[in-house]
Design a protein around this ligand. Structure first.
Ligand code: HEM
Length: 150
């Protein structure tokens, strides 16, 4: 890997892992924060005010970007450290979890975008289900990482 030789494989691995962990932090934080606010509004049977709806959209986009960065840094780490995907069975469980997280985030963003374009309120039940599926994916990815890299 050409850039590994330029700045040293170790430095590259450290930088990529830092980016990987920061994006887990961002994606996880947004997932939890968004879910807490959503559940308070659902329990009160209220629709979030327009400015809060906008905040949800921005959080959704930041969440999606951080998951894409997680995938890019993860793929680069696989290439740098292992050179192939035949790492451990749990690593494939991790990738499946990470795919669920990516799909849930992309679908959630798509729904928020379509609702604001049609000037309709997002479907709170659908958004709640998407968030739960995303959380299951995150737990699977973390469990897979814990087993594969221990
Ligand atoms: C939701 C998605 C993801 C989460 C929560 C996650 C979590 C983690 C965690 C916690 C570690 C540290 C493991 C340790 O050192 O014990 C890690 C390392 C790593 N992850 Fe991810 N990750 C995700 C997505 C990905 C993806 C999509 C890939 C590859 C396509 C990937 C590849 C890697 C690699 C290669 C390492 C370094 C392992 C090593 O040090 O040997 N990750 N990840």
């Amino acid at each position: 890997m050409i850039y590994g030789h330029i700045i040293g494989q170790n430095i590259m691995e450290i930088i990529l892992k830092l980016i990987h962990y920061l994006s887990i932090f961002a994606a996880g934080g947004i997932g939890v924060g968004g879910a807490v606010i959503q559940s308070i509004y659902t329990k009160a049977n209220k629709i979030p005010e327009p400015h809060l709806g906008k905040a949800f959209k921005v959080l959704g986009i930041i969440g999606l970007i951080s998951i894409i960065i997680l995938w890019i840094s993860g793929l680069t780490l696989v290439n740098l450290i292992y050179g192939s995907f035949s790492i451990h069975w749990a690593f494939h469980m991790k990738l499946f979890g990470a795919l669920i997280v990516l799909a849930a985030s992309a679908f959630g963003n798509f729904h928020l975008h379509a609702s604001s374009k049609n000037q309709t309120a997002p479907n709170t039940i659908l958004m709640k289900r998407i968030a739960s599926i995303g959380r299951i994916g995150l737990v699977a990815a973390l469990l897979g990482a814990a087993i594969a890299f221990s």
